[in-house]
Write a protein that binds this ligand. Structure first.
Ligand code: G6P
Length: 611
């Protein structure tokens, strides 16, 4: 969380930084700020979104070819002007932006307070900055040396970028745990939390590694480790187009991303699934297939929506491959000393590839000898790099904070992985294998059909836009779809929503049911169909309102429910990819109708790089 942008070169830094910060707002948007160097330092900070910062700077002196900017997701200290970054050191010489958390900041602060330092914010960032300044002053060292000494004492995660008023030709950055990309231009460099602020200027980038310090001048990039040894920057070519990170005529990124799903799922299948040949080709999996197919147990580790994809994968892998699967919240897994056996395989699922809990959980598991398979969307991200093997989801940049297209791409990849393993283990009949290949191949078209019913979904959504609570129920493969539906509603409409296994509802949530409570059933035709009909009746008998995602032309449930959201028929194993679409749109339309910023819901951030 928090987005950072910095620039050094021949352009004016301010417009580059502001535009970049807008692209990174998905990472945090409670305050923003910028510091520029041009015959001294200029600093502008404002509570609120980047647009509020822009207003503050109208008519101000914004000259300067070097600058740093930040959009914040608060950790230490409330969102406010004074807690916004950049922070300036006590002697006014240094300014710094930071993404991450300095865990031992309280101790460092005590030491600095004893030395007479005063603090103007509640942030851990200002502490680290003054700690660096203090070392620089006492040792009469260069900023680079001071930073190196300081970082050896720092516990936590960070990307930091510093400018020095007295040395306006250099930017200094360092990374541990949070992402940092450096774009290499002609006589200029761009720094950012991801590539989106960079791509319109250059496609050549360097992903900075943990424990590296970058010393950046307009025409020079030096990378060093904390031992002061030069590292060779590994320059990569970005495979990203500008159009992919713009709204393209849609009102919101979320809507654009929902509507992109036929093509993102197709992109995910393309070159991998061949129905005529009856094959799935994913080299990352194929090259490691022996380890994967012989795993005694699979542990799936993820957070948020990605965790829901993991739950569906659990059902699919156990069904098709007959390997036991456990799905873990990364935040729990990393701290509870989990038992990891030789021969266990970990599947990590992450859109961003940077989620701190997932990343650390994997680092721990890797140390204990687990094989890590990464299912990641962002190419070159930390989780992708840490994994032994993996498959990208190829959903393109997801900018709406609430995940949509990344989720369906994750399900698509996970299903293909399960099918590959099942085939290698001879756990699936050839007929069933071929049938599922065909079903997967049909998904983009079926998703398109669901999107064709958006107007109907909107009408239904508007009927329920003022409810206070909602319950989402499903069974089997559709149970995690219900969880994801409830999460989507919470995230963007701020309506309290709970997902539950439909049968489990009798053990508690049914007490909530009255004529005001909408209950959303994911009730497509599958092995649980008759059972879920009974659950619908139990709700109706208590006068609850029923909205049901059904297989199209299902007269039975249509006759019982208050509203239905039909989807095309699909094999139950594939159905979650399709039945999740109406729930995304349902939440979207409610969020918009309630007047909320669905792309940037309050308090949330897309890339959670703090634990
Ligand atoms: C945040 C996002 C969610 C996402 C979760 C996990 O909470 O708002 O949309 O599902 O992080 O992120 P990851 O990038 O690891 O999938």
């Amino acid at each position: 969380m928090c987005g950072i942008v910095a620039y050094i070169g021949h352009r004016q830094a301010y417009p580059v930084i502001i535009k970049g910060l807008k692209r990174l707002e998905y990472r945090g948007y409670d305050s923003a700020g910028v510091a520029l160097l041009n015959h001294g330092m200029k600093l502008y900070k404002k509570k609120g979104k980047v647009a509020a910062l822009e207003e503050t700077t109208l008519g101000q002196d914004l000259e300067g070819n070097i600058g740093i900017g930040h959009t914040r997701w608060a950790t230490h200290g409330e969102p406010s002007d004074r807690n916004a970054h950049p922070h300036v050191s006590a002697n006014g010489r240094l300014a710094m932006i930071h993404n991450g958390i300095i865990e031992n900041y309280a101790l460092l602060k005590q030491e600095l307070v004893k030395k007479g330092y005063k603090f103007h914010s509640d942030t851990d960032t200002e502490v680290l900055l003054n700690f660096i300044e203090d070392i620089q002053k006492n040792n009469e060292s260069t900023l680079e040396e001071a930073l190196r000494i300081a970082l050896k004492r720092v516990v936590g995660a960070y990307v930091i970028v510093l400018i020095d008023r007295d040395n306006p030709g250099t930017l200094i950055a360092a990374r541990k745990g949070s992402p940092l990309v450096i774009g290499i231009g002609k006589g200029e460099h761009f720094l950012a939390s991801d590539a989106s602020p960079i791509i319109e200027y250059t496609k050549e980038v360097v992903y900075v590694n943990d424990y590296e310090i970058a010393i950046i001048k307009p025409d020079e990039l030096i990378l060093k480790n904390l031992g002061n040894e030069r590292q060779t920057p590994f320059i990569q070519k970005l495979d990203l187009e500008l159009a992919a990170i713009e709204k393209g005529g849609y009102d919101h990124f979320m809507l654009k991303e929902i509507f992109e799903q036929p093509s993102t799922i197709y992109d995910c299948l393309r070159g991998r699934l061949d129905v005529t040949q009856g094959t799935i080709t994913m080299s990352g999996i194929q090259n490691n297939i022996d380890k994967i197919k012989n795993a005694n147990r699979i542990l799936i580790v993820a957070c948020g929506t990605s965790w829901h994809a993991g739950l569906i994968a659990e059902y699919i892998i156990e069904e098709l491959c007959r390997i036991p699967v456990e799905v873990e919240y990364a935040s729990e897994f990393r701290y509870r000393n989990p038992v990891i056996h030789k021969g266990d395989m970990i599947i990590a699922i992450s859109q961003s590839g940077e989620t701190a809990d997932t990343l650390v959980a994997l680092e721990n598991a890797k140390e204990q000898g687990a094989v890590i398979l990464g299912i990641v969307n962002v190419v070159g991200s930390s989780i992708a790099r840490l994994s032994h093997a993996g498959a990208y989801t190829h959903a393109g940049p997801e900018i709406g904070v609430a995940s949509t297209k990344a989720f369906t791409a994750q399900l698509t990849v996970l299903t293909m992985v399960a099918l590959m393993i099942a085939k290698e283990r001879n756990a699936i009949t050839h007929e069933r294998y071929l049938h599922l290949l065909e079903e997967l191949n049909d998904v983009p078209e079926k998703v398109k059909q669901v999107l064709g019913t958006a107007e109907h979904i909107q009408k239904v959504a508007l009927k329920y836009k003022d409810v206070k609570d909602a319950l989402y129920l499903g069974r089997g493969y559709n149970f995690p779809v219900a969880l994801e539906g409830a999460l989507k509603l919470k995230e963007i409409s701020y309506i309290h929503a709970e997902g539950y296994p439909a049968a489990e509802m009798k053990h508690g949530p049914i007490a909530l049911v009255d004529e005001l409570l909408p209950v959303v059933f994911v009730a497509t035709r599958d092995a649980y169909y008759e059972k879920i009909i009974s659950n619908i009746q139990e709700i109706k008998a208590r006068k609850g309102k029923v909205i049901a995602v059904i297989t199209e032309a299902d007269e039975t449930i249509t006759g019982m429910a208050d509203d239905v959201l039909p989807v095309p028929e699909a094999d139950e194993l594939i159905a979650p990819i399709i039945s999740t679409i109406p729930l995304q749109l349902f939440s979207y339309y409610i969020g918009v109708a309630r007047g909320y910023d669905v792309d940037k819901p309050r308090n949330l951030a897309k890339s959670v790089t703090v634990e």
